[in-house]
Design a protein around this ligand. Structure first.
Ligand code: ATP
Length: 325
């Protein structure tokens, strides 16, 4: 299968700081590829090199078969890009702004049909294109950013934290747009530091941590979703008894138990199956229970921490399909 994006030994230094360490990444044409990682991992840096906003210190980048440094306007027309920090401050209405972009990048079809798609997308996302963009809220500006990326149906969508500022219903609509793009044969590369968003859309995922890819494969094989944070309040026991009951259970880590009124407040991180924990919990009076996805940094560090901080060791990839390049 041909590659929409081929990154080889991409290295980026900002003065003394190395943001990317010899990164290799292969995005198959027609796939939805998720790049996930905690803040500062290097996601934005990677995506910016693909659209020639920044230039690599070394290494090579190929986007739709071309070097972004030399692809010029013709290559940019084949790409829809949403930057991580979107600045829309002009007096123009969303509609005028999009009409301008449609003139510039409307490679697939006429400007009229591109703008028709823009209006449909605006209806779906719920944004008023008649208002000056500078008066829009952060979330509504983000919607305009998404529309400009999708409306000309580019071959490749590069989306940096695309759901930032969107409320959950709009996020769901966005995820449908991504699936439709894939069904239409477009390639989507999106970055996120929210695991659940990637789980719902991406066929393949790379986990970036401190400028290195520490794992790559399908979402299930990475086991990132297998780390959960649990908080529970239970009655009719005390901290000593409860600690003894829970601390030896498989996968239970960072257990914290404190006396709380007639019972205890217990919080822990569980890696792997949650069943042994729930079976033990069921012996008590459960007054409250929350199970959450921990932040990605915690999951990545827990599962791949030693690798993400190894400065000299070669990157080990966890992939259900093995290396593809
Ligand atoms: P976030 O999720 O917070 O947006 P990210 O994964 O997109 O993070 P980058 O923005 O690519 O990460 O940053 C990678 C590293 O490079 C960080 O340590 C950041 O501080 C550093 N960095 C990014 N841009 C610059 C710059 N212009 N000058 C110096 N350092 C930079």
């Amino acid at each position: 299968m041909s590659a929409a994006i081929e990154i080889t030994r991409l290295h980026k230094k900002y003065q003394q700081h190395t943001a990317l360490h010899e990164l290799d990444l292969h995005v198959r044409a027609g796939a939805v590829f998720g790049l996930i990682g905690p803040n500062g991992a290097g996601k934005t840096t990677t995506l910016r090199t693909l659209v020639d906003v920044i230039r690599p210190s070394s290494g090579t980048v190929r986007v739709l078969g071309e070097d972004p440094r030399h692809g010029g306007a013709a290559l940019r027309r084949r790409i829809g890009y949403v930057p991580g920090e979107l600045h829309l401050e002009g007096r123009a209405s969303g509609h005028r702004l999009l009409a301008f972009y449609a003139e510039v990048s409307g490679s697939n079809g006429s400007t009229t049909s591109v703008l028709r798609t823009a209006r449909d997308l605006a209806d779906r996302l719920g944004v008023d294109l008649d208002r000056p963009v500078r008066t829009l809220s952060k979330g509504n500006k983000q919607k305009v950013g998404l529309i400009q990326a999708f409306m000309h149906r580019p071959e490749l969508l590069i989306l940096d934290e695309p759901t930032s500022g969107l409320d959950p219903l709009v996020q769901r609509e966005f995820l449908s747009m991504v699936r439709e793009a894939r069904d239409a044969g477009q390639t989507v590369l999106l970055s996120s530091h929210v695991l659940s968003e990637i789980q719902q859309t991406a066929d393949e995922v790379a986990v970036l941590s401190a400028g290195r890819i520490v794992a790559e494969g399908d979402v299930a094989s990475l086991r990132l979703g297998s780390v959960r944070r649990v908080r529970v309040r239970i009655g009719g026991t005390d901290a000593v008894v409860a600690r003894a009951a829970f601390e030896r259970l498989a996968g239970v880590e960072a257990l914290d138990v404190v006396d709380h009124g007639e019972g205890v407040q217990l919080s822990t991180t569980i890696e792997g199956g949650i069943d042994p924990f729930l079976k033990t919990l069921a012996r008590y009076e459960v007054q409250d229970l929350t199970v959450e996805e921990p932040d990605l940094e915690e999951s990545v560090l827990r599962l791949y921490g030693d690798r993400s901080h190894a400065d000299t060791a070669p990157t080990t990839r966890r992939s259900s399909r093995g290396r593809r390049h």
